[in-house]
Design a protein around this ligand. Structure first.
Ligand code: G3I
Length: 362
């Protein structure tokens, strides 16, 4: 433990403070078990998927013991929820929503309009702009109406600004998906998506969700400009999702700058897809010295969110996956990494203690 303290001390993270695994922060309500959700004054969420949430007891126990909000990781993506024209399959997402209701957890719906994860039938859809508009509107409103009163908030539009701050025309480095919404509906489709979602559930909090705020200043500026424009026009945007898929080379200064600037919009700020890659270059060996950097960044992030985002704007921090073996970085990207707070055997990692400490003191 001492070695770790010294090593971390050597790395100058300005908001780092290490208290050790045994010194949990004092909890409000002395009977509460130490857990992430009991250590924070805002919701702590996690992206969940089926079948693990139904079949895996270790996974379920972590979700219910540690978190009070869940996000639907994949079950509400267009390719899952509407795999064929006119077909809506809510089975997977219903199971998540039912689980959340049984355990008194908030549900954040991900995602209504995303130009990735579209089924072939949408990518190949033939029709004029009115037909595309109808497709777009029907999709949004069918889903939001189905979950009205059960899903508290939505990622209405996801990842439509590129790293240079321009409208994303395709997914760039990720392999070719074209932004069919921009192509067929023109640039103001973002505003209409919010309006359609609001018509379907006026009580849901509606988010624009994106990534790279901490790494791409032009993108950060463009997101803030778009949010302010939408607000000024009376479009019902309620919040901004700051994904924070980070790696150990991101600096605390970059994290703090992104959060400070996002908070100035006055909107709810949701750290919506948090993970920190330990091994961004996907080296074959584990990088044990980098574990201290990873833990320090988790600590910094929790502390920065708690102190830099006004309480009235703290929608919460959501992790993108329960444990390392369930992370998209391992399962979808096939990388050699361990980005989360729980390991492959569902045990707590040092990241857990450090993140928890950041929730309550510097
Ligand atoms: O479930 C099938 C399985 O039946 C099949 O055998 C296997 C074969 O490849 O694929 C499995 O589905 C994969 C799914 O993840 C579940 O693991 C899909 O191929 C894979 O594409 C999918 O990746 C998801 C990715 O988005 C694309 O939709 C990740 O889980 C998910 O974490 C990731 O999440 C995105 C957010 O939605 C938006 N922000 C970025 C974030 C990370 O890319």
């Amino acid at each position: 433990m001492k070695k770790i303290i010294l090593t971390i001390g050597f790395v100058s993270f300005s908001c780092f403070f290490f208290a050790g695994a045994s010194k949990y922060p004092p909890l409000s309500g002395s009977q509460q078990q130490p857990s992430l959700k009991n250590s924070a004054k805002f919701p702590i969420g996690v992206a969940v998927d089926i079948p693990a949430l139904i079949n895996n007891e270790d996974y379920k126990n972590i979700v219910t013991n540690e978190f009070n909000s869940v996000t639907t990781e994949n079950q509400l993506k267009w390719n899952r929820v509407s795999p064929a024209p006119g077909v809506f399959n809510f089975k997977g997402a219903d199971a998540i929503v039912d689980f959340a209701a049984q355990h008194n957890m908030r549900v954040h719906g991900h995602v209504l309009i995303y130009f990735e994860s579209l089924p072939q039938w949408v990518q190949n859809f033939q029709g004029d702009s009115a037909a595309w508009e109808q497709l777009f509107k029907t999709h949004i409103q069918t889903i939001v109406r189905h979950y009205r009163g059960k899903v508290a908030s939505w990622d209405v539009v996801n990842e439509v600004i590129d790293q240079n701050g321009n409208p994303a025309v395709n997914d760039g480095h990720r392999g070719g998906s074209v932004n069919v919404w921009l192509q067929h509906l023109g640039s103001d489709y973002v505003a209409r998506a919010f309006t359609y979602a609001h018509e379907a559930d006026p009580n849901a909090v509606l988010f624009y969700n994106d990534n790279g705020h901490e790494s791409y200043p032009k993108k950060l500026a463009a997101i803030i400009k778009m949010a302010n424009d939408l607000k000024a026009r009376g479009i019902p945007i309620g919040g901004l999702g700051v994904q924070m898929h980070m790696n150990i080379n991101v600096t605390p200064a970059n994290v703090k700058n992104a959060l400070t600037q996002m908070a100035r919009t006055g909107l709810q700020i949701h750290i919506s897809e948090l993970d920190i890659r330990l091994n961004p270059n996907n080296l074959p060996d584990t990088l044990s010295p980098e574990i201290t950097k990873q833990g320090a960044l988790y600590n910094c992030l929790a502390s920065a969110y708690r102190t830099l985002i006004p309480k009235s704007q703290q929608y919460g921090i959501t992790f993108w996956g329960v444990s390392d073996n369930n992370s998209w970085i391992i399962n979808a990207m096939h990388q050699h990494d361990s980005p989360l707070l729980f390991n492959n055997k569902y045990g707590k990692k040092q990241n857990y203690q450090l993140f928890m400490k950041g929730l309550s003191s510097n």
